[in-house]
Design a protein around this ligand. Sequence first.
Ligand SMILES: NC(=O)c1ccc[n+]([C@@H]2O[C@H](COP(=O)([O-])OP(=O)(O)OC[C@H]3O[C@@H](n4cnc5c(N)ncnc54)[C@H](OP(=O)(O)O)[C@@H]3O)[C@@H](O)[C@H]2O)c1
Length: 356
Amino acid sequence: MDPAGAVNWAVIGTGAIAHRFCSDIRYSRQGRIKAVASRDPARARAFAAGLGVGVTGDALDAVLADPAVHAVYVASPTAQHRDHALAAIAAGKAVLVEKPLAASAAEAEEIAEAAACAGVLCMEALWMRFTPGVRAAKRLVDAGRIGPLRGLDAHLSYPNAFDPRSRLFDPAQGGGAHLDLGVYPLSLAFHLLGTPGEVSHGVVRAPNGVPMAGGLVLTYREAVATLGFGFLAEGRNDAVVTGASGRLGLQAPFLCPPSLSIRTASPAVRPDAESAPPLPAVRHGLRGALPALKALTRPLRERRVPTLYEGTGLQYQVDHFAELLAAGETDSPVMPMRQSIEVLRVLDRFALSDRP
Ligand SMILES: NC(=O)c1ccc[n+]([C@@H]2O[C@H](COP(=O)([O-])OP(=O)(O)OC[C@H]3O[C@@H](n4cnc5c(N)ncnc54)[C@H](OP(=O)(O)O)[C@@H]3O)[C@@H](O)[C@H]2O)c1
């Protein structure tokens, strides 16, 4: 970073998330784009030209050799993260690698080892952990506001028809719903509940074998996380954290929730559909309808906490990264490399090579 604390970023790749990152960075405190790298330097220059005066575009080697670049954002497909992260580390640059950190735990370990040897800061761009809503949820959980955790229910699904050429399905680019979406609910479980004791899974595969949808059950000593992801349909995409004395909801999309709902008292009424009276309650007077009325007003007793954000929310990780750089840190306490690797170890079970 420069003496004023500004961090000059180079972006590797000119695709969808690279555009989003370059747009959101205006909301960061210290970040600014300095350079763009592409397999095609002309494409890098065209991208850079759209970002304003002083942003350069070039081939990867030239960009990494630029002493004005303080940090590198790897925005290439997942299967290319390893090579691009290792190149940035070899050039002595701090590196923020798009999620998931790599296409496998073994590749992620290579990145972590290289960064540790070089003494450079490296972090998975798991932006979810830095959004105002997820930060607030983590604070509430850690403060014990819903008591000891008992469960997490988190699913993330968006419809994507099978297309073998798309990054989402191409194994050569790290395709598969587990790597594209599954990493989010899984990383949330690790963030809130820690490392599970046991893990079981189910998967639906696309015609070429890559995961199209899947589910995970993580078992902890006193909690269970049920997680889902997929390209088959649009899911609810919210998350619910249950504790022994309350419940916390992260409104969809739970990655960057616009609000949380928190309910801390146990419900006085347990509506039970099976034993509900078959006749309209009003026939026996309001007294008979009290349980139903209480159930009806239950949502009103939930407290909503707005957790608004600017842009699409990628800038919060950029601010965190700048703080780590300023402090001379090489690993993030919020998104430690060790946990990125542990998450990938779970996701490895969906890999093509592990098919029965
Ligand atoms: N944080 C989020 O919300 C979010 C959202 C979407 C995706 N992602 C992650 O971001 C990464 C990129 O996703 P994307 O949707 O931006 O993909 P994309 O639109 O396909 O862009 C990837 C870019 O990487 C570059 N690239 C370098 N080597 C490549 C190769 N061998 N094959 C193809 N492209 C290559 C390409 O730019 P050049 O041709 O100019 O080199 C391409 O435009 C993935 O790891 C994904 O998981 C994160």
